[in-house]
Ligand binder design. Structure first.
Ligand code: PLP
Length: 312
């Protein structure tokens, strides 16, 4: 099998997706991770200076990096504090390409289907709905594909299937939209082994669902425990939580955790610089994190009090 070039369309994988999701095979494009498909979409949709790439922020940072390499104008529309989709402002920006991650990272919120439908109906350009975290939310914009020819849905095996090393993502859209992307993609972007492993993973729905349920249960417990420790933690639809410490400094906590071998994400950006993005671990890993946080919050607060009193 490895002596020959793999299939240009990764047909075997498309067939598995088609069976499991009930979409026709020619509505599917397979990428070397969803990132490759984002790259193709942004190259295609942002090639001229008269083009515009639009997305609400904060969101997946790779959108900004990919768009920055293209001549198109980039318009970032900030989410309001309640994370309602700013539909009017996005429509006004008139993107040739508009990107919405749902569930979103790092906010972990979900964009309601009705909002996505309202947006798709008002955009003349292409709407990308990035569902990288869909396996942890169970709510998908898949029904919109039958209604709108300008919508493409992106999925990946990196998150819900725990197969980030395999590098498989896929897009679902009307064949007309896909035909433009096929012209741009490398001929053999999916290797023969990844295709077979990916197809087997897609078909084993029960296993994937069981894994996602474990993450969801662990997420619920972690959310409760962090809230009890005084963190503000909004409901998450992903495999991480975005937690705001109320009595300690987020950056100090991030650095102290790193020193102890626990990696969480800290963003030095407006709105995010007082928060930590914490990936949900196994119950045992979460316990270790919580124990360290409890001791750190205690000492960091203590230090702050000492500093304050010595400068007074
Ligand atoms: C992880 C992620 C991706 C990329 O997934 P790969 O398939 O690993 O390339 C795309 N979009 C979002 C929002 C992600 O979180």
């Amino acid at each position: 099998m490895l002596r020959r070039y793999p299939d240009y369309f990764a047909k075997e994988f498309c067939q598995a997706v088609s069976e499991v999701l009930g979409v026709p095979q020619d509505w599917i494009i397979v990428g070397n991770g969803a990132d490759e498909l984002l790259n193709l979409l942004i190259r295609a949709g942002a090639e001229g200076t008269d083009r515009t790439v639009v997305y609400p922020t904060p969101t997946y940072l790779y959108y900004r990096r990919l768009a920055a390499k293209q001549p198109a104008q980039v318009i970032e529309v900030p989410y309001p504090d309640d994370f309602q989709l700013p539909i009017e402002a996005i429509v006004r920006a008139q993107g040739s390409l508009t990107l919405i991650a749902s569930p979103n990272s790092p906010s972990a919120h979900i964009v309601p289907l009705e909002d996505l439908r309202a947006l798709a109906g008002q955009l003349s350009g292409i709407l990308v709905i990035d569902e990288a975290y869909v396996d942890f939310s169970g709510i998908s914009a898949l029904p919109l594909l039958a209604e709108f020819e300008n919508v493409i849905l992106l999925r990946t095996l990196s998150k819900g299937y725990s197969l980030a090393g395999l590098r498989i993502g896929f897009g679902i859209a009307h064949p007309q939209l896909l035909s433009g992307l096929f012209k741009l993609k490398d001929p053999y972007n999916i290797d023969a082994i990844a295709m077979v492993v990916g197809a087997a993973a897609i078909r084993d729905r029960a296993y994937k669902n069981a894994c996602a349920e474990k993450v969801k249960a662990s997420r619920a417990q972690l959310t409760t425990d962090l809230r009890q420790m005084g963190f503000v933690v909004p409901e998450s639809h992903t495999n991480f939580v975005l937690a705001t410490p109320t009595a300690s400094n987020a950056e100090q906590l991030y650095l102290a955790l790193k020193e102890r071998g626990i990696l969480v994400r800290y963003y030095q950006q407006p709105w995010l610089d007082d928060k930590l993005r914490i990936t949900v671990g196994t119950p045992e890993q979460n316990q270790i994190l919580l124990k360290e946080l409890a001791s750190l919050c205690g000492t960091l607060n203590h230090n702050t009090i000492i500093q304050l009193s010595s400068t007074d």
